[in-house]
Design a protein around this ligand. Structure first.
Ligand code: AN7
Length: 357
């Protein structure tokens, strides 16, 4: 890249000095990170605070997973790995497959059969991953992936690999950079709980480095049918339409609980209906199309506002974690009155159909 270029260079080049990774690690990047922070007049009005959306669907493979995957794959390659494995509800596998293709190593993904959104599965396939469907849920796939990595020459890149959180913490750095300080509240969907743990690490490091003056209250939102962190115990059979967060036994349980406790935050849940409603409202009010799981935080903010919570004078950042195009089947399933107007090649007919004439 030319020296005068102002293009974003990916999280390792931008934040390498703040990442705890082995010296001499090569850089496998697709230019991830540097995602938009979009103000939301709608959510600001509803809550009384100032609300921004951190739009992680703008990452190269369409989700926040790319921040962690650039680091995990770079370190794996630096350590001589020839194959990588992950369990996934979809986005981790899409991201891993892309970075593994770039690193020229073999990607192996374990996913719960029939529970992966079509767009994500397509990504894993097209990037050349070996996709193994498991008759079980995500938690079963993660247990199998861990064991595969223990017994065979394949590196595990789920978020139990600490390199993933190193990469994902950079989202906090970007938010602190944009706002000039940490927000008062940070809201995000929570499944395997790596992301909330990574954000918290990033905010703590920003404070320690003198980049910010405070720590946000961390608010994680789960789907009602898959809310182990709300219940306080693993859920053996998690179920939700938000397939990305259909997880019953989060790997980063302790880190996530510590983030909530130490920040004065907590976990709550929203129903599938609330998630789908928030997804649709966000798309047609703010122009931001996110996948169902990604709308859980927005749904939570709306729920608490409806319960009477006020955030006057406070700054709130809501991470929307993945792109709406990942799962169009679920997005369109909420439309009962399907627009299906067919006209001849006749402008007047089109005008009448559109209500213009
Ligand atoms: C869009 O891809 O776990 O709490 O295997 O895809 O850090 O797990 C995805 C999780 C939120 C939850 N939003 O984040 C996987 C996987 C989206 C996601 C989450 C996921 P974590």
């Amino acid at each position: 890249m030319s020296p005068q270029s102002r293009q974003w260079r990916g999280v390792i080049e931008e934040y390498g000095h703040r990442l705890d990774i082995p010296a001499g690690t090569p850089t496998i990047t697709l230019g991830e990170g540097g995602t938009p922070i979009v103000s939301s007049a709608w959510l600001s009005e509803v809550t009384g605070g100032q609300v921004w959306l951190k739009v992680e669907g703008s990452n190269p493979t369409g989700s926040f997973k790319d921040r962690g995957m650039t680091v995990a794959l770079s370190v794996a390659v630096g350590q001589g790995a020839e194959a990588v494995v992950c369990a996934s509800t979809g986005n981790t596998s899409a991201s891993m497959a892309a970075y593994a293709a770039r690193a020229k190593i073999k990607p192996l993904v374990l996913v719960p059969q029939g529970k992966i959104a079509a767009g994500k599965l397509a990504q894993a396939i097209v990037h050349g991953a070996q996709v193994i469907m498991v008759r079980g849920n995500f938690d079963d796939c993660l247990a199998m992936s861990r064991e595969l990595a223990d017994k065979y020459p394949v590196a595990l890149v789920n978020s139990v690999n600490p390199m993933r959180l190193q990469g994902q913490k950079t989202a906090s750095f970007e938010i602190v950079d944009y706002l000039g300080d940490a927000p008062d509240v940070h809201v995000l969907p929570t499944g395997n709980a790596g992301n909330i743990s990574a954000y918290w690490m990033g905010y703590e490091e920003s404070l320690a480095a003198g980049e910010s003056t405070k720590l946000p209250v961390m608010r994680g939102w789960q789907a009602a049918g898959a809310a182990p962190l709300v219940k306080g115990a693993p859920i053996p059979d998690p179920e939700t339409i938000a397939s990305a967060i259909r997880i019953g036994n989060p790997a980063s349980w302790d880190l996530a609980m510590a983030a909530a406790d130490h920040s004065g935050g907590k976990f709550r849940s929203v129903s599938d209906e609330q998630i789908l409603s928030a997804q649709r409202q966000l798309a047609n009010t703010e122009g931001v199309f996110v996948e169902p799981a990604s709308a859980a935080g927005v749904a939570g903010l709306l729920l608490e506002a409806a319960e009477g919570a006020r955030y006057d004078g406070e700054k709130i950042v809501v991470t929307v974690t993945g792109h709406g195009l990942k799962d169009i089947d679920t997005a369109l399933s909420t439309f009962t009155e399907v627009v299906d107007t067919v006209v001849n090649t006749d402008v007047d007919e089109a005008a009448r159909a559109a209500g213009l004439a």
